[in-house]
Design a protein around this ligand. Structure first.
Ligand code: MN3
Length: 200
């Protein structure tokens, strides 16, 4: 059975940028909901229940037909949110360092240009979805997924993600997605991104 992971920090740790109430509801209701629905869909399928969520998402196309949609939507929701939480942290205004900084400079002509491009993609993504920094074919790229789709299902390795579903920001920012994106940059955990990049 899949379980809701604890946040690696307190619900109010990202204040004032991401508020305690949004974090609490997002984690305890939205993320828990994906976990619960995933578990319901996989009832009686011990072979699938014992797999890592990332493995299920990588093998989406080969799963039994009756669970594909549930794994894609609810398994994706579980994996994406688990990853989203660890990509943020209480230490504010971090910037990439070391080999990650070099790779970002090479791929995007600098951190500022990377931030501008990611922000523009996030601001203009239509509907509900995610914006990602991934490694694909050995290169850094910015990509998006709709709904709860995961980049691992299409062979891309995620390094960082931003949830642009309205439930991620509506309580504090209402329809002002641009303000939410600007706030999110303040709490990005680039030490975690560097750690993931270093393992590739
Ligand atoms: Mn969400």
């Amino acid at each position: 059975m899949f379980k809701l992971p604890n946040l690696p920090y307190a619900y109010d740790a990202l204040e004032p940028y991401i508020d305690k109430q949004t974090m609490t509801l997002h984690h305890q209701l939205h993320h828990q909901g994906y976990v619960d629905k995933l578990n319901t869909a996989l009832e009686g399928k011990e072979d699938l229940q014992s797999m890592e969520i990332s493995e299920l998402l990588k093998k989406l196309a080969t799963l039994p037909q009756e669970v594909v949609t549930a794994v894609r939507n609810n398994g994706g929701g579980h994996a994406n949110h688990s990853f989203f939480w660890t990509g943020m942290g209480p230490e504010k205004e971090q910037e990439p360092e070391g080999v990650l900084k070099q790779a970002i400079d090479t791929a995007f002509s600098g951190f500022t240009a990377f931030q501008e491009k990611f922000t523009q993609v996030a601001a203009t993504l239509f509907g509900s979805g995610w914006v990602w920094l991934v490694v694909a074919d050995g290169k850094l790229e910015i990509t998006t997924t709709g709904n709860q789709d995961s980049p691992v299902s299409i062979g891309k390795q995620p390094l960082l993600c931003l949830d642009v579903w309205e439930h991620a920001y509506y309580l504090k920012y209402q329809n002002k997605r641009a303000e939410y994106i600007a706030a999110w940059w303040k709490v990005v955990n680039f030490r975690k991104v560097e750690e993931l990049f270093g393992k590739l």
